[in-house]
Ligand binder design. Structure first.
Ligand SMILES: Nc1ncnc2c1ncn2[C@@H]1O[C@H](COP(=O)(O)OP(=O)(O)OP(=O)(O)O)[C@@H](O)[C@H]1O
Length: 300
């Protein structure tokens, strides 16, 4: 679906994207993560043909976004930080305007998106009165009007409260499920993407540091696990010495497990020693993986 080879973009002397090889298959939801200036927005602009590569190649469903820009843009829905909506018009009037502009033949599509993105309670109001979350959802509806096969989302949850963030991410998942939309989401908020993406791509200074599924990355980068436990233990803590126990509070403990394969043993022993109410791994989330990747690439 998306294929880049040795893709490089230079602005003056600044190499914003460096020899990027990126492959995204149909129906994937890929999270592109990286700090400010990592090159995420530039990559999106290269993919939808708004920027021409300095060198290397980009293909979106086999098409060149520069030479076949029209076709590529009709395949892609791109949501940037500025959704480009008319504030004085209602949500519905905006959708109607863009549906005409994009020559969306199906009049039912607007209604379908109003339902999918739950816009109905405010769709007749002028966009100028919308909250950030409402605008994001309308912006998403706008880029979905022509039923794009590929969605390119630049910080789709920026400025949203946790509830709004959750809703937008749910909508993205739903679209992927029912319309098999391929999605590339850029963000620097790792925790939000953890549940949504099938694969992750870590960028820094225009370079791909690492990529993989959550499981692949976890196996590669997280050896030692920190486990927080709520339990009533009938045995002295010293019996768990090999797991370096620390008492955190009443019935709360922290253990360090040298590798994933030792986890069942710890859990078995805790269950055998008393009542185990909860056990959570604290250091295997996406953020921990990211810091581990950075540590190992910078050390290497
Ligand atoms: N039009 C431009 N002209 C000059 N330099 C640019 C231009 N667009 C981007 N850059 C530079 O390219 C680099 C990558 O920027 P980009 O916006 O792609 O990063 P990003 O990962 O999207 O960052 P952020 O998380 O802040 O949005 C930065 O050093 C930026 O200053």
């Amino acid at each position: 679906m998306i294929d880049t080879r040795q893709l490089t973009k230079t602005f003056g002397g600044n190499r914003a994207v460096r020899e990027l090889d990126l492959r995204i298959g149909k129906g994937e939801i890929v999270g592109m993560l990286g700090p400010n200036g990592a090159g995420k927005t530039t990559i999106i602009r290269l993919l939808n043909g708004l920027l021409a590569p300095t060198s290397g190649q980009v293909r979106v469903q086999g098409l060149d976004p520069i030479r076949q820009g029209e076709q590529v843009r009709s395949l892609c829905g791109t949501l940037t930080e500025q959704p480009g909506l008319y504030e004085h018009m209602s949500g519905r009037a905006n959708l109607k305007f863009f549906a005409d502009l994009f020559r969306v033949g199906n009049p039912g599509r607007i209604e379908e998106l109003i339902d999918l993105l739950e816009l109905r309670p405010f769709v007749e109001r002028s966009v100028g009165t919308y909250s950030t979350g409402m605008k994001k959802r309308l912006g998403l509806a706008k880029v979905l009007l022509h039923r794009p096969a590929v969605l390119l989302l630049d910080e789709p949850t920026n400025g949203l409260d946790p509830d709004g963030t959750q809703r937008v991410l749910e909508h993205i998942k739903t679209l992927n499920k029912y319309e098999q939309t391929t999605v590339l989401i850029c963000s620097h908020v790792l925790s939000q993407l953890e549940e949504v993406c099938t694969r992750f791509l870590f960028m820094e200074n225009g370079t791909k540091l690492e990529e993989g599924t959550r499981k692949e990355l976890e196996r590669k980068y997280i050896r030692e696990r920190t486990v927080e436990v709520e339990a009533v233990l009938g045995e002295p803590l010293e019996r768990f010495a090999e797991f370096h126990p620390v008492r955190l509070g009443d019935d709360r403990f922290r253990f360090t497990v040298p590798g994933r394969e030792r986890m069942p043993e710890l859990l078995r022993r805790l269950t055998g020693a008393g009542e185990l109410y909860e056990a959570k791994t604290r250091n295997a989330d996406l953020e921990s993986i990211y810091f581990q990747i950075r540590r190992s690439t910078h050390a290497g």
